[in-house]
Design a protein around this ligand. Structure first.
Ligand code: F6R
Length: 366
């Protein structure tokens, strides 16, 4: 059932091209001009009445929600807040009938996420669930359900659930944009076409997994590591950092690149590994100057950059390159080397990759 792989996690990482195709699948019209989301029951009028959106989830699903927040705000210009479910449910969130609450859960059984969903419904909000399990509690209680067709995820560390959650957010963002006419038709077509190229691009990254393996073996003996990035790159950095902590037990922190000098830079010294994500074209120059702050103090930087981005490559010790895509879609590619990194680092440290200590796949208690 591991399909020839040593661990479920690796199988699931390699499942991703298919998981992307299955999740996007029939949700793009045949002529590639629009998103078809028949499972969303909201009428155009109901969509027009949405004043704000809350995205609520835990862990990796929350990190997908952070990408979702940027995507929806960019495409639709409706204010979006993303919150961790265990915080949301106790902070008396301001929910009105004009709020759309989006809960994200692979299992659909996470206690805090389910409690947040119930709180939202009590307050009169419409609830849309993004989940991987048809028939789960979350899917039964939500008003609308957008299923991620990742297939069963067995490894405790979430990989293909996260990336298909990203696909769900791209589809949803474009669907809202086409309904509210906040995006040029040509831009919708361009984004959908770029989405359809993602599976093949993921395959091309997976074909270079040895590069990441070599880097993972190099950093496996370190106790601390930093991820830096801006905008969407920061959201992906958070996910890369969680994955690394979760299965390799290497301590890491994700930092917005511009925030380093407000404290964390004190921890950068000779030889500290730093992974810098630079896929947000308009911000690359800014990120490069943050990279220089790190290298000037002896930090050793792995840059993750688009193919041919010499500006970033010049400023770092080594680079892992990502095929070109729209910056908005880049998280769907950037996270792949970070998943591989945590896998190989865990392996190099002799850990149980699929069953990390202290963790359960589905957290059904508070
Ligand atoms: C990390 C991980 C967890 C889950 C979180 C939410 O790799 O798997 O952080 O993402 O426990 O679980 P779901 O999505 O089932 O609600």
């Amino acid at each position: 059932e591991k399909a020839g792989f040593d661990h479920f996690m690796m199988k699931e990482i390699y499942d991703q091209p298919k998981a992307y195709r299955d999740t996007i699948g029939s949700r793009i019209s045949e002529d590639g001009s629009r998103v078809v989301l028949d499972e969303i029951g909201m009428t155009a009028d109901e969509i027009r009445r949405i004043r704000n959106i809350h995205i609520v989830a835990c862990g990796t699903a929350y990190h997908a929600g952070l990408v979702g927040k940027s995507v929806i705000e960019k495409l639709v210009r409706i204010p979006v807040e993303a919150d961790v479910a265990s915080e949301y449910r106790y902070r008396a969130p301001i929910i009105t009938p004009e709020t759309l609450v989006i809960v994200v859960s692979q299992s659909g059984e996470t206690a805090d996420t389910l409690a947040a969903l119930r709180e939202a419904k009590r307050s009169g909000a419409r609830v849309l669930a993004i989940t991987n399990v048809v028939g789960s509690s979350v899917s039964r209680e939500a008003d609308d359900v957008l299923v991620t067709w990742a297939g069963p995820e067995i490894a405790v560390a979430s990989t293909k659930a996260y990336t298909t959650q990203l696909m769900a957010f791209y589809l949803l963002g474009l669907y809202l944009a086409q309904t509210l006419e906040t995006l040029e038709q040509a831009e919708i077509v361009r984004t959908l076409a770029a989405m359809q190229s993602l599976p093949e691009q993921v395959e091309s990254i997976l074909a270079r997994s040895e590069e990441i393996k070599a880097y993972a073996e190099k950093i496996a003996s370190h106790e601390h590591l930093f991820f830096i990035g801006r905008g969407l790159d920061y959201a992906v950095a958070l996910e890369g950092s969680l994955k690394l902590k979760e299965i390799s037990y290497i301590h890491s922190e994700a930092y917005p690149a511009g925030e380093l000098k407000h404290g964390t830079l004190a921890l950068i010294e000779e030889g500290v590994p730093v992974i810098a994500l630079g896929l947000q074209t308009e911000l690359i120059e800014k990120t490069v100057s943050n990279i220089k702050e790190v290298t000037a103090r002896g930090g050793e930087v792995l840059g993750i950059a688009y193919e041919g981005d010499n500006e970033l490559a010049k400023s770092v010790d080594r680079t892992f390159s990502i095929p070109r895509t729209l910056d908005l879609l880049s998280p769907a590619l950037t996270v792949i080397p970070l998943q591989l990194l945590s896998y190989y680092a865990s392996l190099a440290r002799g850990n149980d990759v699929d069953k990390p200590r202290n963790l359960a796949k589905s957290v059904t208690v508070e």
